[in-house]
Design a protein around this ligand. Structure first.
Ligand SMILES: Cc1ncc(COP(=O)(O)O)c(C=O)c1O
Length: 479
């Protein structure tokens, strides 16, 4: 046996031992795995071997590392590793047609009478509502006139400076003058689309993709071409290149960091490769980075903007997933499209709420935002882990679920005979809101998928509702 074979054998020995404990039920979801020291003594291998084996188990979705705490057992569900292809032919641009389904899902997502699995944000229970209220009051009393007056694009200079400083945390060079404040990420994305493309143009998107993006493309009379996307590493760059070779794609719209609903995240070198590929072809990237700050790893992922030497990336984000969606404060760093974006913003929406901009700037500059984000990331990681566990407990055999690196949503593949519209309607009858998978594509390829938000506290009512949903899904087989 060579040295490296011996090493592999030792890793396997540790992994097999941990898997055995999990199978026997001695280690349950949420339990802490034995410490490196303890296991190294017990199995007679080095601490480095146990550590490497734990990292491998983490890659396989069996364990999760928590900083300064150790490794914990994940819920036992298969990670989505291969989304089966469907009747849709990838690479064909399509008109998006949702009819009334979009409105119906939207109407129910935020209905307080329903179990709240239909949105995609952390709930206000996890937000610093009191301290943000204090900051808002303080701004109004100190600057009453400025708070009520117009604050024209590009927006409040103090807020733009704060946002620019946050980009430095990921080694991304952005100046305050590069930033334009918008009404949420929605406006940043929609104006970006209009800035780089026109009616009839083809936009490449991830598959599956955030349904509101498809809705925007539909409303603007553009066409969507859905590019294969790996559930772990994001957009398939070969498929993207092939699409570039066969059709005239005007822009790519994607979420390199924690996509919604899939929960993929491009490794850093893949983000760089994506930006380089687009730069070679002179095609803009509209980056949706709303979950960029809600990550579960120790280090923040970098936005694709970080690698943008040619200024072709329009990077869009907001405070909706991290602070207060109701404030409707987002932004874009639009690169070479800055001036055109600014003109469109002025023409179509004039200013963004002054009170909201000033309050958030005040909150950020107080240092409270960073402390809040640390707590929010820990909370969302636990929420999502618990959600995976609850799904594993109550959904039928054959269910597969994502293992996202951030955010708050899970992408759930049900057995193939389940229809997400059917499940959506039956769940509504039981006062449960979910998002049917069919909305995340212009084709019907995600007919048997659901998106479930785990951003609300797992109180008894929500745990019970998810259990009920599992029963509904179990009942769809053959029915
Ligand atoms: C992926 C994604 N992009 C954009 C948005 C829109 O964000 P905002 O509320 O800031 O407009 C959302 C909100 O749900 C989202 O999930």
């Amino acid at each position: 046996m060579t040295v490296s074979q011996q090493q592999t054998y030792k890793y396997d020995q540790v992994s097999r031992y941990i898997n055995h404990l999990i199978e026997k039920g001695d280690l349950r979801p949420g339990d802490k795995a034995p410490s490196l020291r303890k296991l190294s003594k017990q199995l007679g291998v080095s601490i480095a071997t146990v550590s490497q084996s734990y990292v491998n188990l983490e890659d396989q979705g069996v364990l999760t590392a928590r900083p300064q705490s150790g490794f914990y057992v994940n819920a036992r569900v298969e990670q989505i590793s291969d989304i089966s292809s469907s009747s849709a032919k990838p690479g064909q641009p399509r008109r998006v047609r949702f009819g009334g389904l979009f409105e119906e899902v939207f109407r129910n997502a935020n209905n307080p009478r329903l179990a709240p699995f239909g949105t995609s944000n952390p709930s206000m229970d996890f937000m610093p509502v009191k301290s943000l209220t204090r900051a808002t009051r303080s701004i109004i009393s100190r600057h009453p006139q400025k708070s009520m007056d117009y604050l024209f694009p590009p927006g409040d200079s103090k807020l733009r400076k704060q946002i620019a400083e946050r980009y430095a945390l990921t080694n991304t060079r952005v100046n305050a003058k590069d930033i334009i404040i918008t009404s949420g990420a929605t406006e940043a994305l929609s104006i970006s689309l209009r800035t780089v493309a026109r009616r009839g143009d083809i936009i490449a998107v991830e598959s599956p993709t955030y349904f509101a993006v498809l809705r925007m493309i539909e409303q603007m009379g553009m066409l969507a071409v859905e590019i294969e996307t790996d559930p772990v590493t994001g957009l398939d760059l070969e498929a993207l290149e092939e699409a570039f070779d066969t059709m005239d794609i005007k822009a790519v719209l994607a979420s390199p960091n924690t996509s919604n609903p899939l929960g993929s995240q491009m490794p850093e070198d893949k983000k760089r490769a994506l930006v380089n590929l687009l730069a070679e072809r002179d095609i803009p990237l509209i980056e949706d980075d709303v979950y960029g700050s809600v990550y579960f790893s120790e280090r923040p992922p970098r936005p694709a903007k970080s690698y943008d030497l040619n200024d072709i990336v329009l990077s869009c984000s907001s405070f909706s997933k991290t602070l207060a969606p109701g404030h409707r404060v987002g932004w874009v760093v639009a690169g070479r499209y800055h001036n055109k974006f600014l003109q469109y913003k002025q023409a179509w929406s004039s200013a963004t709420s002054s009170i909201s901009q000033l309050a958030i700037a005040e909150f950020l500059s107080s240092g409270q935002y960073d402390r809040h984000l640390v707590r929010l990331r820990i909370a969302m990681r636990e929420q999502v882990e618990k959600g995976r566990y609850l799904i594993a407990r109550s959904f039928p055999e054959g269910t597969r679920v994502s293992n996202p690196p951030g955010g708050s949503v899970l992408w759930v593949e049900m057995p193939s005979d389940c229809d997400s519209i059917d499940i959506f309607n039956r769940a509504l009858e039981h006062n449960i809101a979910i998002t049917p998978g069919i909305l995340f594509s212009a084709t019907r390829r995600y007919r048997n998928f659901l998106r479930i938000n785990c951003g609300f506290p797992w109180n008894d009512a929500n745990v019970e509702a998810l259990g009920k949903l599992g029963k509904i899904v179990s009942g769809c087989k053959g029915g």
